[in-house]
Structures are given as C-alpha cells and as structure tokens.
Design a binder for this molecule. Structure first.
Ligand SMILES: [Zn+2]
Length: 304
C-alpha cells in the first residue's frame, strides 16, 4: 500500500505543470559553478568593461530602503548598464520616459535627466542585445514605450515570467503588453541559468518580481560582476543580509523567503571577490567609478 501511494504521488508530480509548482532554486556553490560554466559556454572575446548611467533619482531614506534603516536620506538612483565588447555592446535595463518616472514620484517632483535617458535610447539602438533585470517600469519602459520600439523589441530578451507579468498584471497600466506582442520579442523560459553572450549569463531570481533575473558577467581581465537588479535597493541589503522594510515587501508583493536566500548567496559571492552592482545604489557605485571598476556614461554610435 505505501508503495502505491508513492507511485501515485510520483504520477501526480509528473502531471503538475511547470511554473508555480516548480521546485525553488537553491542558491549555493553548485549554482555559482553552473552560472560560470554557462557564461563560459559562448565562444568569443569577453567584455572589456562595464559602464552605467543614472537617469533619475528618488530621494528616500535608509528606513524606506532597507529593514532596520535609519532616517538618514538615501538617494535611490535609477540606472542602466552596458557590457562593452571589442566589437559591440549589450545593454542591461532600458531607462524610462518621464511619464513613467512620474509614477515613481507618487505625487512628488523627483529629479529626472531627460538627456541621460536620450543617451540610453541611443545606446539601446546601437546594442546587439538588451537584457531586462525585471518587469518594472524603471527597468523595462525604455523598450516597451520607446519611439524605437520596432527596432528594440526583437533584440530584447524577455523571460516567460517577465512577459506573463507584463501581460497579466503589470506594475502600471502604461506597461501592459498585449499577448500578440510576445512575437515582437525574444522570449525564453529557463529553470536556473541561461548563457546569453561570451562571458555573460542570466540566473533566475524570482522574489522582488516573478520575472526578476540577475546578470553575471566575466570581463577579459578576469573580474566577475553580478548586476543584482532589485533583489536589494542598497549594498547594505547584501552586506548585512537585510530585506527591504516590511511595508515595502507588502506593497510590492515580494517573496521575502526567496529574497532571503538570494541575499545570503550574494553575500557569500561578494566575499569571494565577485563585484556586486546594485541598480538603485548612489553611494558605492560612484566609488567603483573612481576605482576604475565601473565606467560612468554609455558608449553610443557617435562615440565609437
Ligand atoms: Zn527598480
């Protein structure tokens, strides 16, 4: 009899569709090994530098950014990244137009750099591929609402989960995609890691949003980076393994258990020397620029 129940549960397992019931990813050394193998699996010259550009700011406090944070001001920068190869580049995240920016101000007038966003649009136009860390407006609107949508969409890689959110439950009405727009994009489903370019691979990180991914990159100088998206809004979250404040977790609908495992993992990887890039940071990354670890400003066709 027990045998039969085991058999039945196995059959039930086999019948369960992939997706919500998929076993959660384990963030451990084996996943790091797999991520490195994936990034090394695409032949070609490795990227020579990582660049970034800030296009907007949301003045907040540490208290509104990280669990147990104090009342000191904390600028949440909004940024886009560029992985530069000898013969081209890949963009990670896409900026946003001013209308979407206003959504994040929640009625306040927050700093927005229209010129920086225009440079991001140029860099997107010149990019070989566009990767999106997650399906929130400040990361994806620069493709979805771009005047150059027809050129950008086919080289933008969306995950199945990102697409599903954008079609079924977008962060704001301006981001809603029609199901037929699926055909405009390169849409990929993968369980854990995905090779995308020489030295570059994605790792799934559902939690902040269902479609969150992190981007691993290894440069020709051997240095490794992880662009961490919104797993944390500050380096404090990774350094001290601290979640976002409870009110933010509830407002966004985050999965704090999943994010807790991701923060543990990033903390351990950082201790091994992998350079974290936290998209909304405005304290550490300017320091990384001074150290030459990260370059400020994006290359576009005019600069090449
Ligand atoms: Zn964000």
């Amino acid at each position: 009899m027990p045998r039969l129940s085991i058999l039945l549960s196995l059959l039930l397992l086999a019948a369960t569709p992939a997706g919500a019931d998929e076993p959660a990813l384990k963030y451990d050394d084996a996943l790091l090994r797999k991520l490195r193998v994936a990034a090394g699996s695409v032949p070609g010259a490795l990227p020579r530098e990582v660049r970034y550009l800030k296009f907007a700011e949301s003045p907040r406090t540490f208290a509104a950014t990280v669990e147990g944070g104090d009342r000191r001001p904390y600028i949440q920068a909004r940024t886009a990244y560029q992985l530069v190869y000898p013969d081209g580049w890949i963009m990670v995240d896409a900026g946003m137009d001013e209308q979407v920016h206003r959504f994040f101000g929640r009625g306040q007038d927050e700093p927005y750099d229209a010129q920086a966003n225009a440079r991001i649009q140029q860099a997107l136009l010149g990019a070989r591929a566009i990767l999106i860390t997650h399906e929130h407006g400040d990361h994806v609107a620069g493709v979805l609402r771009s005047p150059h949508y027809a050129q950008l969409a086919p080289k933008t890689l969306l995950t199945g989960r990102q697409l599903r959110t954008l079609v079924e439950s977008p962060q704001m009405p301006e981001l809603r995609m029609q199901p037929r727009q699926r055909d405009d994009f390169t849409v990929v489903d993968f369980h854990d890691v995905l090779p995308v370019a020489p030295g570059v691979a994605l790792v799934q990180a559902p939690g902040h949003t269902p479609g969150e991914v992190m981007v691993y990159a290894k440069l020709e100088n051997g240095r490794e980076y992880i662009i961490t998206g919104d797993v944390s809004w500050s380096y404090l979250g990774i350094d001290e393994k601290r979640l976002k404040p409870r009110a933010q977790i509830e407002r966004i609908g985050e999965d704090p258990v999943a994010i807790g495992f991701q923060l543990d993992w990033l903390n351990a990887l950082q201790a091994q020397g992998i350079q974290m890039l936290v998209n909304h940071d405005d304290i550490v990354q300017p320091r990384l620029v001074r150290q030459g670890v990260l370059k400020q400003g994006l290359l576009d066709d005019a600069a090449r």
